[in-house]
Design a protein around this ligand. Structure first.
Ligand code: ADP
Ligand code: MG
Length: 493
């Protein structure tokens, strides 16, 4: 029987990979995988352009895993990513894909972590290294990362790495990789700089572009006019003839559509912080992500949003860079961005993997010229104030999970299994009630169903790995403030 063109079986991958795909619930290839994987599996160089969330990691991941020899304990594949979060996500996805390949070692090398332990891990050996440019280069210069066995090089989110100024670092890294290799370049956009880079580092690459294949109406866009200035004294009453305040409008949209997860974009970090406080006060569960957060605080916010214990994330474009949160139900432009590209990039974070997403943008009369074309030929009839009749609005959606934070991590030999074990051993908590577990070096997070948080807190406060850890439930409304001193007036607009 002939395989359908989007069946993974078509690729003739080792069974250790294909059987696992089924268990991960990957039934068919996504369009980018359907086009890129057959080429990648043949070992050819590729430039792949596809939007975020289209399944690019699995495309290069399966390709490089298929070509890897686990018996050879040397670095055979190197993946360069723009941010540490992205590197962590890629490493996690590779580990999932390689679950049935025994003894495969995936190592992340990112800035912000001490060098010593990374050097130690490198000495133990790894098959795949995922890292950020600066740190990879550091290891290459110190000779702690050996690349002579590297056969596959992946530049993930290449456009963003160029945007972030990594061009030289990348060139220096690539110089140290053997020329006899497969080079794969992944990007959401395709500026000239990518083409130039490709010419220098790839051999007759096959170009794959699936950006045109996307269903154009996967995101439902709404544009809503608000009062010209932030009327901080405004009361919440909706009146037919005046435009509402932005905050009041956001509140109403959230209660009208009740998206399970929302990303709200503001243009400044102060706005992010103020909006988070205002929404929290109104009973929403919101956290701000902005450039002033320390790496630890940033991780804290991201983990809590990703594990479902916080439903609204408020961010600037800069802070949201490299963020890959899955299944966002809605994106809000609290302020319209000044560039069309940024608008597209923002709303592209919703409606992933075929589901419908919601994009709501607020603007005032003065900003009407910034509206994207889609506002004019939008099939959506404009929503009117009448639709936000108080009586029709329902209370804010509450997250179904609560995050517990444990003051121990990898450095204390604490592993996800220890936490899961402590929670479920007595039978009062089922594995279904336990959400994501994130174990960091010095602390760990676990998401627990709302109703089970108290008992989970008690269970985790007992002995784990022979010692007692401090455990606390995280209050959804506590986002760290931006440092005022670092916010200058030009930032304020
Ligand atoms: P990109 O790198 O293009 O932004 P990712 O590789 O991060 O996208 O994939 C987005 C999500 O889709 C991930 O959660 C991934 O596990 C999932 N995914 C990828 N391929 C498939 C597939 N063939 N079937 C189902 N889910 C998939
Ligand atoms: Mg990706």
């Amino acid at each position: 029987m002939q395989e359908p063109s989007n069946s993974f079986a078509r690729l003739k991958l080792p069974s250790s990979l294909t059987e696992n795909l089924a268990s991960l619930g990957f039934r068919a290839m996504t369009p980018v995988q359907e086009q890129a994987l057959p080429v990648i599996v043949q070992g050819k160089d590729v430039i792949v352009r596809a939007k975020t969330g289209s399944g690019k990691t699995v495309a290069f991941g399966l390709g490089l895993l298929a070509g890897l020899d686990v018996r050879v304990y040397r670095v055979q594949a190197l993946i360069v990513c723009p941010t540490r979060e992205l590197a962590d996500q890629v490493a996690a996805e590779l580990r999932r894909l390689a679950r049935r390949i025994h003894n495969l070692k995936v190592l992340t090398l990112c800035g912000g972590n001490p060098l010593g332990p990374q050097i130690g891990s490198l000495e133990h050996g790894a098959h795949i290294v995922v890292g950020t440019p600066g740190r990879l280069l550091k290891h290459l210069r110190k000779n702690t990362l050996q690349t002579d066995a590297v056969r596959t090089l992946v530049l993930d989110e290449a456009d963003r790495m160029l945007d972030m100024g990594f061009e030289e670092d990348l060139a220096d890294i690539i110089k140290k990789i053997p020329q006899d290799r497969q080079t794969m370049l992944f990007s959401a956009t395709y500026p000239d700089s990518i083409e130039a880079m490709s010419a220098g580092i790839q051999r007759s690459p096959v170009s794959i572009d699936v950006t045109g294949d996307e269903a154009p109406n996967a995101v439902v866009e709404h544009f809503f006019e608000v009062a010209p200035a932030r009327t901080r004294t405004s009361d919440d009453a909706w009146s037919e003839n005046s435009k509402p305040d932005r905050l009041v409008a956001l509140d109403a949209f959230l209660k009208h559509f009740r998206p399970a997860t929302s990303l709200v974009f503001c243009n400044t970090k102060i706005d992010c912080h103020e909006l988070a406080a205002a929404l929290t006060q109104r009973g929403f569960c919101a956290l701000a992500l902005h450039g002033d957060l320390e790496q630890r605080e940033r991780e804290d916010v991201l983990i809590r949003f990703a594990n479902g214990s916080v439903s609204i994330l408020i961010a600037t474009d800069v802070a949201a860079r490299g963020l890959d949160i899955k299944d966002l139900a809605a994106v809000f432009n609290f302020e319209l961005p000044t560039q069309r590209q940024i608008y597209i990039h923002r709303i592209g974070r919703t409606a992933r993997a075929g589901s419908t997403g919601l994009a709501v943008s607020f603007f005032n009369t003065k900003q009407a010229h910034r509206l994207p074309q889609s506002a004019e030929n939008s099939a959506e009839p404009p929503l009117t104030l009448v639709e936000f009749n108080e009586a029709l609005l329902r209370p804010p959606i509450a997250p179904t999970m609560v995050s517990l934070c444990i003051n121990g991590g990898r450095k204390n030999k604490l592993r996800p299994g220890d936490i899961l074990g402590a929670l479920t051993a007595g039978g009062s908590i089922r594995a279904d009630d336990v959400g994501k577990i994130n174990v960091g070096d010095h602390q760990a997070y676990v998401a627990i169903s709302n109703g089970k948080a108290a008992i989970a807190l008690e269970l985790l406060s007992g002995r784990m790995k022979g010692r007692i850890f401090k455990v606390r439930a995280l209050d959804p409304g506590s986002s760290p403030a931006p440092a005022r001193s670092r916010v200058n007036s030009s930032n304020r607009k």
